[in-house]
Ligand binder design. Sequence first.
Ligand code: SF4
Ligand code: SF4
Length: 197
Amino acid sequence: MTELQTVDLPTTIPKHKKSLLSEVAARTAGKSNIEMCIQCGTCGGSCPSAADMDHTPRAIFALLKAGVRDEALRSNTPWMCVSCYYCTVRCPQDIHITDVMYTLKNIAVEEKIYTDSTAPDFSKTFINMVENYGRSFEVGLAGIHNLKHFIGRLPGMTPMVIGMLTKKGMPITPPKRIKGMAQLKKILKRAKELEAV
Ligand code: SF4
Ligand code: SF4
C-alpha cells in the first residue's frame, strides 16, 4: 500500500472502541508516544515492507486513534514488519512504532483475530528455536514453515538450497546452543510470568 491510499474511517466512533489507543499504549513497553502521531507518513515512506502491508504504519496509527479495532488488529502490517526500526528512528514524534507492532501482534494472537494464520505460527516456530538453541536458525525456520504451510513451494526452493550448500552462504545444519542457555531460559521464564500478570 502506498502513502497515497487512504483509510475509510467511520464518521462516528462507538464509545466502547475509543479505548484502543490507550490499551495499545499501556501494553507497549516504555513510553510509546502513540497519541503524538501527526500523520506525516515518514514511517510508511521509510518502511522496506510497506509494499506488502495492507496498511502503512501511518494508516495503522489512524485506525488506532479512531478505535477501529477489528481492521487494525486484522491487518497484516505488524506481521510484515521486519523489525528494522527504521521508522522508529525517523519518526519526528519519537513514536516507538516497531514496539507498537509487537503489541498489535500480541493482541491479535490473544484474540485470534488475524487474517493470515501462518504468520503467528511462523513466530511460534521462531520462538521454539530461540528457546532450544538461544538463537535463530534461518534455514530450519524456512524449512519447517514451508513444510507445514506451503509444501508446494519446496521444489522451487531447491536452487537456493543448492546455492547455500555450494557457497556456504548460510549454515544448513542446526546451530550450536549458546553458552548461556540456562540463563536465557530463566529470563524467558520470567518474561512469560510477567506477561501473564
Ligand atoms: S512517522 Fe511518526 S508521526 Fe509520522 S505518521 Fe509515522 S508514526 Fe505518525
Ligand atoms: S520497523 Fe517494521 S514498520 Fe518500521 S520500517 Fe521497519 S519493517 Fe517497517
